[in-house]
Design a protein around this ligand. Sequence first.
Ligand code: NAX
Length: 343
Amino acid sequence: MSNNAEFSNPPVTVTVTGAAGQIGYASLFRIAHGEMLGKNQPIRLRLLEIPQARQAAEGTAMELADGAFPLLESVNIFDDAEQAFEGANVGLLIGSKPRQKGMERADLLEANAGIFSVQGAALNRGAADDVRIVVVGNPANTNALIAASHAPDIPTERFTALTRLDHNRAVAQLAQATNSRVGDIRRMTIWGNHSATQVPDLEFATVSGRPAREVLGENGLGEEWIREDFIPTVAQRGADIIRVRGGSSVASAAHAALSHMRDWIHGTNEGNWTSMGVVSDGSYGVDEGLISSFPVSCRSGVCEINHELKLTQDTQERLNTSVSELRDEREAVRAKGLLGPKA
Ligand code: NAX
Protein backbone atom coordinates (compact mmCIF):
# COMPACT_ATOMS: atom_id res chain seq x y z
CA MET A 1 0.00 0.00 0.00
CA SER A 2 2.90 2.32 0.65
CA ASN A 3 6.63 2.47 0.30
CA ASN A 4 7.99 2.54 3.80
CA ALA A 5 11.65 2.86 2.96
CA GLU A 6 11.66 6.16 4.87
CA PHE A 7 10.60 4.51 8.18
CA SER A 8 13.26 2.64 10.09
CA ASN A 9 11.05 0.64 12.49
CA PRO A 10 9.85 -2.79 11.40
CA PRO A 11 6.05 -2.86 10.92
CA VAL A 12 3.76 -3.63 13.84
CA THR A 13 0.75 -5.88 13.27
CA VAL A 14 -2.43 -4.45 14.76
CA THR A 15 -5.55 -6.62 14.88
CA VAL A 16 -8.85 -4.80 15.34
CA THR A 17 -12.03 -6.76 16.00
CA GLY A 18 -15.46 -5.30 15.33
CA ALA A 19 -13.70 -3.36 12.60
CA ALA A 20 -16.89 -2.47 10.75
CA GLY A 21 -18.60 -1.19 13.89
CA GLN A 22 -18.75 2.37 15.08
CA ILE A 23 -15.72 2.41 17.38
CA GLY A 24 -13.74 0.40 14.84
CA TYR A 25 -14.50 2.98 12.18
CA ALA A 26 -13.55 5.83 14.51
CA SER A 27 -10.25 4.12 15.40
CA LEU A 28 -8.81 2.75 12.18
CA PHE A 29 -7.98 5.96 10.36
CA ARG A 30 -6.28 7.40 13.42
CA ILE A 31 -4.26 4.22 13.91
CA ALA A 32 -3.24 4.37 10.26
CA HIS A 33 -2.21 7.99 10.78
CA GLY A 34 0.18 7.02 13.58
CA GLU A 35 -1.85 8.39 16.47
CA MET A 36 -1.57 5.20 18.50
CA LEU A 37 1.93 3.90 17.88
CA GLY A 38 3.72 7.00 16.65
CA LYS A 39 4.45 8.81 13.44
CA ASN A 40 7.44 6.62 12.58
CA GLN A 41 5.78 3.28 13.10
CA PRO A 42 4.64 1.37 10.00
CA ILE A 43 1.50 -0.67 10.59
CA ARG A 44 -0.09 -3.78 9.18
CA LEU A 45 -3.79 -3.89 9.92
CA ARG A 46 -5.72 -7.13 10.31
CA LEU A 47 -9.45 -6.62 10.68
CA LEU A 48 -11.80 -9.19 12.20
CA GLU A 49 -15.52 -9.11 11.62
CA ILE A 50 -18.41 -11.54 11.60
CA PRO A 51 -19.24 -12.87 8.10
CA GLN A 52 -22.31 -10.61 7.75
CA ALA A 53 -20.21 -7.48 8.34
CA ARG A 54 -17.22 -8.52 6.24
CA GLN A 55 -18.34 -6.51 3.28
CA ALA A 56 -18.69 -3.37 5.37
CA ALA A 57 -15.14 -3.95 6.61
CA GLU A 58 -14.02 -4.22 3.00
CA GLY A 59 -15.59 -0.82 2.38
CA THR A 60 -13.63 0.59 5.30
CA ALA A 61 -10.47 -0.94 3.85
CA MET A 62 -11.20 0.85 0.56
CA GLU A 63 -11.43 4.13 2.45
CA LEU A 64 -8.20 3.34 4.28
CA ALA A 65 -6.55 2.88 0.90
CA ASP A 66 -7.99 6.22 -0.20
CA GLY A 67 -6.42 7.84 2.85
CA ALA A 68 -2.99 7.06 1.31
CA PHE A 69 -1.50 6.77 4.77
CA PRO A 70 2.29 6.51 4.47
CA LEU A 71 2.49 4.33 7.60
CA LEU A 72 -0.07 1.78 6.45
CA GLU A 73 1.63 -1.22 4.87
CA SER A 74 -1.36 -3.51 4.45
CA VAL A 75 -4.97 -4.17 5.41
CA ASN A 76 -6.35 -7.69 5.55
CA ILE A 77 -9.88 -8.68 6.47
CA PHE A 78 -10.93 -11.90 8.16
CA ASP A 79 -13.95 -13.56 9.65
CA ASP A 80 -11.80 -16.16 11.35
CA ALA A 81 -10.15 -15.24 14.65
CA GLU A 82 -7.10 -17.47 14.20
CA GLN A 83 -6.19 -15.85 10.92
CA ALA A 84 -6.91 -12.36 12.22
CA PHE A 85 -4.59 -12.70 15.22
CA GLU A 86 -1.73 -14.32 13.30
CA GLY A 87 1.39 -12.39 14.28
CA ALA A 88 -0.54 -9.70 16.18
CA ASN A 89 1.60 -7.37 18.29
CA VAL A 90 -1.39 -5.26 19.32
CA GLY A 91 -5.01 -6.34 19.67
CA LEU A 92 -7.94 -3.98 19.99
CA LEU A 93 -10.86 -6.24 20.91
CA ILE A 94 -13.80 -4.00 20.19
CA GLY A 95 -16.33 -6.35 18.59
CA SER A 96 -18.89 -7.83 20.92
CA LYS A 97 -22.55 -8.72 21.15
CA PRO A 98 -24.65 -5.76 22.21
CA ARG A 99 -27.23 -6.06 24.93
CA GLN A 100 -30.63 -6.58 23.36
CA LYS A 101 -34.02 -5.76 24.79
CA GLY A 102 -35.02 -8.20 27.49
CA MET A 103 -31.51 -9.62 27.74
CA GLU A 104 -30.31 -10.25 31.30
CA ARG A 105 -26.72 -9.38 32.23
CA ALA A 106 -26.03 -13.12 32.57
CA ASP A 107 -27.19 -13.71 28.97
CA LEU A 108 -24.93 -10.90 27.79
CA LEU A 109 -22.00 -12.39 29.69
CA GLU A 110 -22.64 -15.78 28.15
CA ALA A 111 -23.02 -14.45 24.60
CA ASN A 112 -19.75 -12.56 24.88
CA ALA A 113 -17.94 -15.37 26.63
CA GLY A 114 -18.40 -17.34 23.42
CA ILE A 115 -16.64 -14.60 21.45
CA PHE A 116 -13.81 -13.88 23.88
CA SER A 117 -12.96 -17.50 24.61
CA VAL A 118 -12.47 -18.14 20.89
CA GLN A 119 -10.40 -14.98 20.52
CA GLY A 120 -8.28 -15.78 23.60
CA ALA A 121 -7.48 -19.21 22.19
CA ALA A 122 -6.69 -17.72 18.78
CA LEU A 123 -4.37 -15.15 20.35
CA ASN A 124 -2.66 -17.93 22.26
CA ARG A 125 -2.05 -19.85 19.08
CA GLY A 126 -0.90 -17.17 16.71
CA ALA A 127 -0.12 -13.80 18.30
CA ALA A 128 3.40 -12.43 18.53
CA ASP A 129 5.33 -12.95 21.77
CA ASP A 130 5.01 -9.29 22.72
CA VAL A 131 1.26 -9.06 22.07
CA ARG A 132 -0.65 -6.42 24.04
CA ILE A 133 -4.43 -6.55 24.19
CA VAL A 134 -7.06 -4.03 25.18
CA VAL A 135 -10.64 -5.22 25.44
CA VAL A 136 -13.20 -2.53 24.65
CA GLY A 137 -16.28 -4.71 24.05
CA ASN A 138 -18.53 -4.92 27.08
CA PRO A 139 -18.57 -6.27 29.72
CA ALA A 140 -14.94 -5.33 29.12
CA ASN A 141 -13.32 -6.46 32.39
CA THR A 142 -14.83 -9.92 32.37
CA ASN A 143 -14.39 -10.32 28.63
CA ALA A 144 -10.68 -9.63 29.15
CA LEU A 145 -10.61 -12.20 31.95
CA ILE A 146 -12.28 -14.80 29.72
CA ALA A 147 -9.87 -14.16 26.84
CA ALA A 148 -6.86 -14.37 29.20
CA SER A 149 -8.14 -17.61 30.70
CA HIS A 150 -8.08 -19.19 27.24
CA ALA A 151 -4.53 -18.04 26.52
CA PRO A 152 -2.29 -20.03 28.87
CA ASP A 153 0.91 -19.07 27.01
CA ILE A 154 0.33 -15.32 27.14
CA PRO A 155 1.04 -13.56 30.46
CA THR A 156 -2.26 -12.35 31.94
CA GLU A 157 -0.71 -8.88 32.30
CA ARG A 158 -0.99 -8.54 28.51
CA PHE A 159 -4.79 -8.61 28.70
CA THR A 160 -6.29 -5.31 29.76
CA ALA A 161 -9.74 -3.71 29.75
CA LEU A 162 -10.57 -0.17 28.72
CA THR A 163 -11.45 2.21 31.56
CA ARG A 164 -9.60 5.14 30.01
CA LEU A 165 -12.84 6.66 28.77
CA ASP A 166 -14.11 6.79 32.35
CA HIS A 167 -10.75 8.25 33.40
CA ASN A 168 -10.95 10.94 30.71
CA ARG A 169 -14.52 11.75 31.66
CA ALA A 170 -13.44 12.21 35.28
CA VAL A 171 -10.56 14.49 34.25
CA ALA A 172 -12.94 16.57 32.12
CA GLN A 173 -15.43 16.94 34.97
CA LEU A 174 -12.76 18.06 37.41
CA ALA A 175 -11.28 20.51 34.92
CA GLN A 176 -14.69 22.02 34.32
CA ALA A 177 -15.49 22.30 38.02
CA THR A 178 -12.19 24.03 38.80
CA ASN A 179 -12.09 26.23 35.68
CA SER A 180 -8.80 24.64 34.72
CA ARG A 181 -7.44 22.94 31.64
CA VAL A 182 -7.54 19.17 31.30
CA GLY A 183 -3.77 19.26 30.86
CA ASP A 184 -3.45 20.71 34.38
CA ILE A 185 -5.08 17.63 35.95
CA ARG A 186 -2.95 14.71 37.04
CA ARG A 187 -3.35 11.50 39.03
CA MET A 188 -7.03 10.88 38.42
CA THR A 189 -8.13 7.33 39.21
CA ILE A 190 -10.91 4.96 38.22
CA TRP A 191 -11.19 1.85 40.37
CA GLY A 192 -13.13 -1.37 39.76
CA ASN A 193 -15.42 -2.46 36.97
CA HIS A 194 -16.24 -0.57 33.78
CA SER A 195 -19.89 -0.39 34.78
CA ALA A 196 -22.18 1.75 36.88
CA THR A 197 -20.31 0.49 39.99
CA GLN A 198 -17.00 2.00 38.85
CA VAL A 199 -15.31 4.29 41.36
CA PRO A 200 -14.07 7.63 40.05
CA ASP A 201 -11.61 8.93 42.66
CA LEU A 202 -10.08 12.40 42.75
CA GLU A 203 -8.53 12.02 46.20
CA PHE A 204 -4.99 11.93 44.78
CA ALA A 205 -5.66 14.21 41.82
CA THR A 206 -3.88 17.50 41.46
CA VAL A 207 -4.81 20.65 39.59
CA SER A 208 -1.72 22.55 38.46
CA GLY A 209 0.22 20.68 41.13
CA ARG A 210 -2.18 21.48 43.98
CA PRO A 211 -4.50 18.96 45.65
CA ALA A 212 -7.79 18.82 43.74
CA ARG A 213 -9.80 19.05 46.96
CA GLU A 214 -8.10 22.33 47.86
CA VAL A 215 -8.84 23.85 44.44
CA LEU A 216 -12.41 22.54 44.53
CA GLY A 217 -12.82 24.16 47.97
CA GLU A 218 -11.83 27.55 46.52
CA ASN A 219 -14.59 27.05 43.99
CA GLY A 220 -17.11 26.37 46.75
CA LEU A 221 -17.23 22.64 46.03
CA GLY A 222 -16.64 19.91 48.58
CA GLU A 223 -17.68 16.46 49.66
CA GLU A 224 -21.25 16.93 48.52
CA TRP A 225 -20.20 17.80 44.96
CA ILE A 226 -17.93 14.75 44.85
CA ARG A 227 -20.65 12.37 46.04
CA GLU A 228 -23.71 13.88 44.39
CA ASP A 229 -22.27 15.26 41.20
CA PHE A 230 -18.78 14.12 40.24
CA ILE A 231 -19.07 10.37 40.90
CA PRO A 232 -22.57 9.85 39.43
CA THR A 233 -21.86 12.10 36.43
CA VAL A 234 -18.75 10.12 35.50
CA ALA A 235 -20.33 6.73 36.18
CA GLN A 236 -23.49 7.53 34.21
CA ARG A 237 -21.90 9.52 31.44
CA GLY A 238 -22.32 6.71 28.91
CA ALA A 239 -26.08 6.63 29.51
CA ASP A 240 -26.22 10.44 29.32
CA ILE A 241 -24.45 10.43 25.96
CA ILE A 242 -26.99 7.92 24.64
CA ARG A 243 -29.86 10.10 25.90
CA VAL A 244 -28.53 13.34 24.42
CA ARG A 245 -26.73 12.13 21.28
CA GLY A 246 -29.16 9.37 20.46
CA GLY A 247 -26.31 6.86 20.26
CA SER A 248 -23.53 5.46 22.41
CA SER A 249 -20.08 6.98 22.86
CA VAL A 250 -17.99 6.31 19.80
CA ALA A 251 -15.24 8.83 19.00
CA SER A 252 -14.44 9.38 22.68
CA ALA A 253 -14.23 5.60 23.17
CA ALA A 254 -11.94 5.21 20.15
CA HIS A 255 -9.76 8.04 21.43
CA ALA A 256 -9.57 6.38 24.85
CA ALA A 257 -8.60 3.01 23.35
CA LEU A 258 -5.79 4.58 21.32
CA SER A 259 -4.56 6.56 24.33
CA HIS A 260 -4.61 3.41 26.47
CA MET A 261 -2.39 1.56 24.02
CA ARG A 262 -0.12 4.54 23.36
CA ASP A 263 0.56 5.04 27.08
CA TRP A 264 1.14 1.32 27.58
CA ILE A 265 3.76 1.22 24.84
CA HIS A 266 5.27 4.69 25.07
CA GLY A 267 4.78 5.25 28.82
CA THR A 268 2.80 7.54 31.09
CA ASN A 269 4.24 10.95 31.90
CA GLU A 270 6.55 11.27 34.89
CA GLY A 271 4.53 12.10 38.00
CA ASN A 272 1.26 11.12 36.38
CA TRP A 273 -0.63 7.88 35.92
CA THR A 274 -3.60 6.56 34.02
CA SER A 275 -6.41 4.11 34.73
CA MET A 276 -6.55 0.67 33.13
CA GLY A 277 -8.34 -2.56 33.78
CA VAL A 278 -5.45 -4.88 34.64
CA VAL A 279 -5.12 -8.19 36.44
CA SER A 280 -5.24 -7.72 40.18
CA ASP A 281 -2.33 -8.82 42.36
CA GLY A 282 -4.66 -8.70 45.38
CA SER A 283 -4.04 -4.99 46.09
CA TYR A 284 -6.69 -2.73 47.57
CA GLY A 285 -8.95 -5.66 48.44
CA VAL A 286 -9.43 -6.69 44.80
CA ASP A 287 -9.32 -10.49 44.49
CA GLU A 288 -6.17 -11.69 42.81
CA GLY A 289 -6.84 -12.61 39.20
CA LEU A 290 -9.81 -10.30 38.60
CA ILE A 291 -9.37 -7.67 35.91
CA SER A 292 -10.10 -4.41 37.67
CA SER A 293 -9.35 -0.77 37.01
CA PHE A 294 -6.38 0.58 38.95
CA PRO A 295 -4.10 3.60 38.75
CA VAL A 296 -1.16 2.38 36.69
CA SER A 297 2.16 3.86 35.60
CA CYS A 298 3.72 2.55 32.42
CA ARG A 299 7.40 2.52 31.51
CA SER A 300 9.30 0.60 28.83
CA GLY A 301 6.14 -1.18 27.72
CA VAL A 302 5.17 -2.41 31.19
CA CYS A 303 2.33 -1.00 33.31
CA GLU A 304 2.38 -1.38 37.07
CA ILE A 305 -0.29 -0.78 39.67
CA ASN A 306 0.53 2.03 42.08
CA HIS A 307 0.53 0.42 45.49
CA GLU A 308 1.22 3.39 47.71
CA LEU A 309 -2.22 4.96 47.94
CA LYS A 310 -4.39 5.14 51.03
CA LEU A 311 -8.02 4.95 50.05
CA THR A 312 -10.71 6.82 51.97
CA GLN A 313 -13.25 4.60 53.69
CA ASP A 314 -15.93 5.71 51.23
CA THR A 315 -13.77 4.84 48.21
CA GLN A 316 -12.83 1.47 49.68
CA GLU A 317 -16.50 0.64 50.33
CA ARG A 318 -17.46 1.63 46.80
CA LEU A 319 -14.58 -0.41 45.41
CA ASN A 320 -15.67 -3.42 47.46
CA THR A 321 -19.11 -3.19 45.82
CA SER A 322 -17.56 -3.02 42.36
CA VAL A 323 -15.27 -5.96 43.15
CA SER A 324 -18.26 -7.95 44.32
CA GLU A 325 -19.85 -7.33 40.90
CA LEU A 326 -16.65 -8.47 39.14
CA ARG A 327 -16.59 -11.57 41.32
CA ASP A 328 -20.23 -12.32 40.42
CA GLU A 329 -19.46 -11.91 36.72
CA ARG A 330 -16.54 -14.30 37.00
CA GLU A 331 -18.65 -16.84 38.88
CA ALA A 332 -21.47 -16.56 36.33
CA VAL A 333 -19.13 -17.48 33.45
CA ARG A 334 -17.31 -20.08 35.53
CA ALA A 335 -20.64 -21.74 36.37
CA LYS A 336 -21.33 -22.08 32.64
CA GLY A 337 -17.92 -23.66 32.09
CA LEU A 338 -16.78 -20.72 29.98
CA LEU A 339 -13.49 -19.97 31.70
CA GLY A 340 -10.42 -21.48 30.13
CA PRO A 341 -7.54 -23.52 31.53
CA LYS A 342 -5.78 -20.52 33.11
CA ALA A 343 -8.71 -19.35 35.25
P1 NAX B 1 -21.08 -1.66 17.04
O1 NAX B 1 -22.28 -2.53 17.25
O2 NAX B 1 -21.17 -0.47 16.18
O3 NAX B 1 -19.90 -2.56 16.48
C1 NAX B 1 -19.59 -3.81 16.98
C2 NAX B 1 -19.02 -4.60 15.84
O4 NAX B 1 -18.53 -5.82 16.36
C3 NAX B 1 -20.05 -4.95 14.77
O5 NAX B 1 -19.58 -4.54 13.49
C4 NAX B 1 -20.15 -6.47 14.85
O6 NAX B 1 -20.40 -7.07 13.60
C5 NAX B 1 -18.77 -6.82 15.41
N1 NAX B 1 -18.69 -8.13 16.04
C6 NAX B 1 -19.63 -8.79 16.75
N2 NAX B 1 -19.18 -9.99 17.10
C7 NAX B 1 -17.93 -10.11 16.62
C8 NAX B 1 -16.95 -11.12 16.63
N3 NAX B 1 -17.19 -12.29 17.22
N4 NAX B 1 -15.77 -10.90 16.02
C9 NAX B 1 -15.53 -9.75 15.40
N5 NAX B 1 -16.43 -8.74 15.33
C10 NAX B 1 -17.60 -8.92 15.94
O7 NAX B 1 -20.59 -1.27 18.53
P2 NAX B 1 -19.58 -0.12 18.95
O8 NAX B 1 -20.32 1.13 19.19
O9 NAX B 1 -18.43 -0.10 18.02
O10 NAX B 1 -19.15 -0.67 20.40
C11 NAX B 1 -18.36 -1.82 20.51
C12 NAX B 1 -18.28 -2.26 21.96
O11 NAX B 1 -17.66 -1.29 22.77
C13 NAX B 1 -19.63 -2.54 22.62
O12 NAX B 1 -19.55 -3.73 23.37
C14 NAX B 1 -19.76 -1.37 23.57
O13 NAX B 1 -20.61 -1.69 24.68
C15 NAX B 1 -18.35 -1.18 23.99
N6 NAX B 1 -18.00 0.09 24.61
C16 NAX B 1 -17.05 0.06 25.58
C17 NAX B 1 -16.59 1.20 26.19
C18 NAX B 1 -15.54 1.14 27.23
O14 NAX B 1 -15.19 2.20 27.76
N7 NAX B 1 -14.99 -0.02 27.58
C19 NAX B 1 -17.16 2.53 25.85
C20 NAX B 1 -17.85 2.55 24.54
C21 NAX B 1 -18.64 1.32 24.21
O15 NAX B 1 -19.85 1.38 24.87
